[in-house]
Design a protein around this ligand. Structure first.
Ligand code: ADP
Ligand code: MG
Length: 270
């Protein structure tokens, strides 16, 4: 059964210190199976959060709820003050039409395990496509920005290459540039290196690290790369069985975990 989230009011002038992402009491079921069992998490603007945890713990589901890709059974999520999945009008909640959910989705970049570039477009065309077609940017402006993004991900010399001529690591870097081209407020990464050969993982992680250091973008990264999570995160979230077991700065979660479940997970993966 789907229950609407509690009404969340948005002040006319959201305080500068409101979190970019606010997740409150979020529950999500598939049929009779509850896969998110009451998630609370605030992510301040500009913060990089890594989510770690065993397979099936709900990491992808949580990420997808933030991007209007899944509805929730209870609780609420706001991104930059906007209620995910719902709109508040004269004190009443209305479910977003798909068109409006799509529009909000444009403000959130998402990078998946499988990069899914458009195979018949060059790297440059992959990056300029949405800005031109969806945001109606001029081709000249979109191309100029796309070139700067391809340079940023280390692919300035590959703008004319088709995906089939690029390595997995290069394709994933194009996918990151493509997401950034929409100038998102938030970037969500779901195991961005899990499909890559081991020797290609580093080049993608270093691009994400660079974004975290210089971006000012709020980032949520689901990852199994513990060294990366330690280095890049402002905070690490450990999830297990649909709950957040613990959250803290990486040194705390990795070196002095507060819970047995975290210790058990870390000793299996480190
Ligand atoms: P993780 O990303 O941590 O591996 P997921 O969020 O993908 O975990 O999945 C959490 C749980 O939800 C798992 O038990 C999974 O089988 C289940 N699940 C995920 N997506 C669906 C779906 N579309 N229908 C039914 N069950 C699902
Ligand atoms: Mg997953």
């Amino acid at each position: 059964m789907t229950t609407t989230p509690d009404i969340v009011t948005r002040s006319a002038d959201p305080a500068a210190d409101d979190p970019m992402i606010r997740i409150s009491g979020v529950r999500k079921s598939y049929g009779s199976t509850e896969v998110l069992k009451g998630i609370d998490l605030d992510i301040p603007t500009g913060e990089t959060v890594c989510i770690i945890g065993p397979s099936g713990s709900g990491k992808s589901t949580l990420l997808r709820t933030m991007n209007h890709l899944e509805d929730i059974s209870a609780g609420s999520i706001t991104v930059d003050g906007d209620l995910v999945g719902y709109r508040l009008k004269r004190g009443k909640l209305y479910e977003l039409r798909e068109s409006e959910a799509c529009r909000r989705r444009l403000e959130i970049g998402m990078v998946f395990q499988h990069f899914n570039l458009f195979p018949h477009m060059t790297a440059l065309e992959n990056v300029t496509f949405a800005p031109i077609k969806v945001k109606r940017e001029s081709p000249a402006a979109a191309t100029e920005y796309a070139r700067s993004l391809l340079a940023r991900v280390g692919l300035a010399d590959k703008e004319g290459s088709y995906p089939s001529k690029l390595s997995g690591g290069q394709q994933q870097r194009v996918a990151i540039a493509r997401a950034l081209a929409m100038r998102p407020k938030v970037m969500l990464f779901d195991e961005p290196t899990s499909a890559l050969d081991p020797e290609l993982v580093g080049e993608v992680l270093s691009v994400i690290k660079d974004l975290a250091r210089t971006g000012g973008i709020t980032m949520v990264v689901v990852t199994h790369e513990m060294g990366f999570a330690r280095e890049v995160s402002d905070r690490v979230v450990f999830m297990d069985a649909g709950t957040i077991v613990e959250v803290g700065p990486p040194a705390q979660v990795f070196d002095t975990p507060a819970h047995d479940r975290t210790r058990t997970f870390l000793s299996a993966v480190l």
